[in-house]
Design a protein around this ligand. Structure first.
Ligand code: SF4
Ligand code: SF4
Length: 360
């Protein structure tokens, strides 16, 4: 699929059953059918037929979608809602010059991250028979740790992975990848998304055909999706799969109570739960709706603050009720969103960063 018109058949498969309404976090707040896939598909059908024209109003509804994919998991017609909505966003993107300015700004900010990444010293991995390539993404080792969570240094990201993987007898290659491209994809800027995808393959080609390991759920999801956008199939695994496969267990230096926010983009929660259950000195308290979207996709949408603040408040209240002072997650984006609305009541940490800094 390259453009919205290519989604005609997919949209046609929507049976209007409304099951998506029962799981969509935004529909639950707005009660407006235009903010959930069923209603959006009716609008998009009108766009494809030419009965409707792309407008700010339609784009507003497309933007309200958090791209969490919760509806797709329940959709009896198996529709990948996020791809369809992204291609609709691409129509808006093409027609609006200001969107291109935002992309330029995003590229400028990301280039700053790449510069910082280059100057952070990486721990040299020990040499073992088995090798993997680590995709750190743009935020795991630099942006989030430096920008949002002062006090946790950016070295933890990459060096923590090296330490964990070496303990499993695996050598880690750490190329200078750039961002996976998700910020552009979410805004319908397909050209810049593909530019990032192509950069990834150019870097990858300089190394062997090794498995790629990630620690961020969103990076993992995007890398796995490249083949849908013209990239070749690649083997991508999350570090938590390695840890469980190898029965690696941890022991905390002191007893700690933690809770966990499940990112929408992970599909290996079982591995993470196994790790949490098998960590000595760790008390895991499950928060209510631990798998509900953090709302990151709405963080910059100040005009929708009334709707989105309800979402953030629900998540914040669920965390507070656990009495845990540490919230773990496994996605850089979720860490940003949860940290922004933590109001210093708890600390949000990525799992790898937590295990590297808190274990014996
Ligand atoms: S769950 Fe799927 S088929 Fe049902 S209304 Fe929503 S998008 Fe359409
Ligand atoms: S992707 Fe998430 S926010 Fe978007 S329509 Fe589906 S459930 Fe709602």
């Amino acid at each position: 699929m390259e453009k919205l018109a290519d989604c005609k058949e997919i949209i046609h498969n929507c049976s209007k059953c409304g099951l998506c309404q029962s799981v969509c976090p935004i529909y639950k707040i707005t009660g407006n059918d235009c903010s959930v896939s069923r209603g959006q598909f009716i609008m998009l059908k009108g766009l494809i037929k030419g009965d409707l024209k792309m407008s700010k109003t339609i784009n507003r509804y497309l933007d309200l979608c958090l791209k969490c994919g919760a509806c797709s998991k329940f959709c009896p017609s198996g529709i990948d809602v996020v791809d369809v909505i992204t291609l609709a966003k691409a129509e808006y993107f093409k027609q609006h010059f200001f969107e291109k300015i935002i992309s330029l700004f995003q590229k400028f900010c990301l280039s700053g991250l790449y510069t910082i990444k280059k100057i952070i010293p990486k721990k040299k991995s020990e040499t073992f028979e088995k090798k993997v390539i680590y995709f750190a993404g743009c935020g795991e080792c630099v942006g989030v740790n430096v920008g949002v969570n002062a006090g946790v240094n950016g070295v933890n990201g990459v060096n923590g992975i090296v330490k964990i993987m070496n303990s499993l007898g695996v050598e880690v290659i750490t190329p200078d990848f750039h961002c996976c491209g998700i910020p552009f994809f979410s805004r319908g800027d397909i050209d810049n998304f593909k530019e990032h995808m192509n950069y990834f393959y150019n870097v990858l080609n300089k190394y062997g055909d090794y498995e790629i390991v990630t620690t961020c759920a969103s990076c993992e999801m995007v890398l796995k999706s490249y083949s849908k956008w013209g990239g070749k199939e690649i083997k991508v695994k999350n570090i938590f799969e390695y840890i469980r496969e190898n029965n690696l267990t941890f022991e905390l230096k002191e007893p700690l109570k933690v809770t966990f926010h499940k990112p929408c983009h992970i599909n290996n929660y079982d591995d993470i739960k196994w790790i949490l259950d098998n960590t000595k000195n760790l008390e895991y308290i499950e928060m209510a709706d631990f798998d509900k979207c953090c709302g990151l996709n709405g963080v910059t949408k100040l005009s929708e603050y009334k709707i989105l603040s309800k979402l953030y408040k629900e998540k914040h209240d669920s965390i507070i009720k656990t009495n845990a002072k540490i919230v773990l997650t496994s996605c850089v984006g979720c860490k940003i969103a949860l940290s922004l609305f933590s109001f210093a009541k708890y600390k949000v940490m990525n799992l790898t960063e937590f295990f590297v800094s808190k274990t014996k």
